[in-house]
Design a protein around this ligand. Sequence first.
Ligand code: FAD
Length: 399
Amino acid sequence: MNKPRIVILGAGYAGLITAVKLKKELGYNEAEITLVNKHQYHYQTTWLHEPAAGTMDPERTRVDIKSVLDTNRVQFVKDIVIEIKKDEKKVILEKSELEYDYLVVALGSEPETFGVPGVFEHAFSKWTVNGARQVKDHIDYMFSKYNNEDQKRDELLTFVVAGAGFTGIEFIGELSERVPNLCKKYDVPQEKVKMYVIEAAPTALPGFDPELVEYAMNLLESRGVEFKINCPIKEVIEGGVILADGDEIKSETVVWATGVRGSSIIEKSGFEAMRGRVKVQSDLRAPEHDDVFIIGDCALIINEEINRPYPPTAQIALQQGEVCARNIKALIKGGELESFKPDIKGTVASLGGGEAIGLVYGKKIYGNSASFMKKMIDNRSLYILGGPGLVMKKGKSPF
Ligand code: FAD
């Protein structure tokens, strides 16, 4: 009998952990496992605000997939997924095609623009390793350009972050911490630098504990960040943003961080979705497609306590990857399929410079202890993916 073919799309948190766990759950002769990813490396998406602001070497976020995966057991294909032909049980890649018996879709997310024009043309919106490199290089260039032009243009030193959610706050935390060094390096008076965080919702970090939000805002304001809350952006234009009230902020650097939608491959492949996310069954399979698991940022699951979707997080993606691997094993070897229930241990947002805020096991934490916890969480995800060796190689010192 032919071995069942399992194809996993995406080597982010969800896809890579599925591959790592499947290798452990299934014997050599029990399945043929293939992992497809557009790069030969996995990256720690949750760290990308640091290289984007220039406070971390982007290399540090990359993990060579072959260093954490037994490629004798899991075949790795470096290619780009173009479309899933679910009725033909095959995946179209840029350079080839793959047939499957079981498919795991873990292609992550893309920026959500909410229909605001100009985002892709004039803002930095790619939260990837190369996207982070581009933002960092651009910021440095703005500082060097400012002093090299005869006419001093304020927009070169005005930095706009769209969105005061986790990503926007973590990015401005790093940037605001780095600004004094940038000013020193490029001989720029610090009062010339303007940093704005613009948020459409009535609060920064919507849904987060108000006391922690206040702590974060006060700290960031003390570093020169100006918040514009309840203030939707109408358009991103060349050289700035236009706000809903008609005001314009001139800026040569707009960083888009208003949230994400699931990979466009989901809708292109005909799955019913809300903002690119498929409302999966409790066993993580797509409705009416018993051979397709959808996990990570491509999956939508409802928090029944508040009847709203869980926000897409690495924490949930990793947990889904583990359940997905066990459920595929159950389909192949027999047994009950597990229902997925997120086990939310907490949430911690870094604010740069050894500062953070968080809610861990229901307890509020601030400052250095929160920053310590954040680094432990970052190291934990490395541990889950690649064991102690990966933590030694790429991990963060908690002190
Ligand atoms: P990803 O980790 O994005 O992985 C998707 C993979 O698919 C990538 O390797 C990508 O290259 C690959 N891929 C995509 N399209 C294709 C294609 N067409 N062909 C081939 N390969 C493809 N979450 C937390 O829990 N805590 C945090 O503190 C936190 N902080 C964050 C900070 C930032 C700056 C950002 C951007 C996100 C943060 N998140 C955080 C959210 C978290 O990173 C995501 O929820 C998580 O990465 C989702 O995992 P995933 O496996 O679904 O997707």
